[in-house]
Design a protein around this ligand. Structure first.
Ligand SMILES: [Mn+2]
Length: 357
């Protein structure tokens, strides 16, 4: 696949380290390749890229948290989630990580001189390749879908802005837009047009996906509870369907499932992309994230809803976002932090299972 060995790197290696942080990466690389050396693993990974097919889903890590803004740390999400799903390694193909320059977000915010300097740093020479995480992800995904139009990709973020290239590329690669819908688990709507003037970040990415959809009700948001505006406001002003956490928790799984199914079926939707912000879960299950929120969803309810929907719709794309494995909000114990990373791994397993159906 064109350019992938330049745009991407071996799984877990997308975070640039010199000495600090290196040990965290070495552990995963050793488990995957039997060597702690990224250079030695590089050849095995490059070879694996040439042998891929659409028989199994792909994984792509985007270890960037530069689109976040309250408490960073989701750049380590892809590495931590991969450690949790190691036992399932035969059920997916790992494309590796987007190479991340942690000070960049998207190339459109950069001047030409900076782009050229960063091209030299990343690729050893000036060329046409993008340099910012969201731009690199979009370029890599374009090439992957070109080679494999039927690719089913599980994206691992990263702050939620990293869903933007994943969902945009998924939508652009669909033959029919009107049969493709999105299910968005989140405590927050992410529906601002801009945040402090920035149009692509963790609070805005969904807004910029809306116009790529067939119609705006092709996305449904589930688990919302930390919003400055009401459910009615988002429906009337942006046309987005939402089932807030309090609705989900009072209706129960069966009713939520039937409402979602009816909504999508009425629109003629046949395939779904599921984007899962880990903060959709109640903070007691998902503390290791940038913006944990109480009164959220239960992991078992989310698993049941995804499982039921995957019987009615083809799940052809998914992502798991905002897992910040080393973040502990005040008062959260070490064991709670650990268990919330395990829960994130469970969600990744559920998404992989849905993609594998
Ligand atoms: Mn989000």
């Amino acid at each position: 696949m064109k350019g992938l060995t330049q745009l991407l790197t071996i799984p877990g290696n997308g975070i640039f380290t010199v000495s600090t942080g290196q040990a965290k990466k070495d552990k995963l690389i050793k488990a995957l390749y039997g060597t702690g050396s990224a250079d030695k693993a590089q050849k095995t990974w490059e070879k694996s890229l040439t042998k891929m097919s659409t028989e199994l889903p792909f994984i792509l890590g985007i270890p960037s948290d530069n689109g976040g803004g309250i408490q960073r740390g989701a750049n380590w999400g892809p590495l931590a989630v991969r450690e949790e799903i190691l036992p399932l390694h035969k059920t997916f193909q790992d494309l590796g990580d987007v190479r991340v320059i942690p000070h960049l977000l998207h190339d459109k915010y950069l001047n030409e001189k900076t782009i050229q300097d960063c091209q030299r740093a990343l690729y050893g020479k000036k060329n046409k390749l993008p340099v910012s995480p969201l731009s690199i992800a979009e370029e890599a995904l374009k090439n992957i879908y070109k080679k494999f139009p039927a690719a089913k990709i599980l994206g691992l973020g990263g702050d939620h802005s990293t869903s933007y290239p994943l969902i945009k590329s998924w939508l652009l690669s669909r033959k029919k837009k009107n049969t493709s819908g999105v299910l968005h688990f989140d405590a927050h709507t992410d529906l601002l047009e801009r945040r402090l003037g920035i149009d692509l970040c963790f609070g805005t990415w969904t807004y910029h996906i809306l116009d790529l959809l067939s119609t705006r009700d092709h996305i449904v948001q589930l688990g919302i509870r930390a919003s400055g505006k009401s459910k009615k406001y988002w429906k009337e002003n942006l046309g987005v369907e939402q089932y807030w956490a309090k609705d989900v928790n009072s209706w129960g799984v069966e009713k939520v499932y039937l409402k979602l199914k009816n909504h999508y079926k009425k629109l003629g939707i046949e395939e779904l992309y599921i984007t899962f912000d880990i903060d959709a879960l109640d903070a007691s299950y998902a503390s290791a994230t940038g913006t944990p929120e109480p009164e959220g969803l239960l992991p078992s309810d989310c698993a049941a809803i995804i499982g039921l929907l995957s019987n009615d719709f083809k799940i052809t794309g998914a992502d798991l976002m905002e897992v910040a494995p080393f973040v502990s909000p005040d008062g959260v114990s070490e064991s709670e932090r650990r268990s919330s990373v395990t829960v994130a791994g469970d969600i990744a397993k559920i998404l992989l299972h849905a993609l594998n159906k």
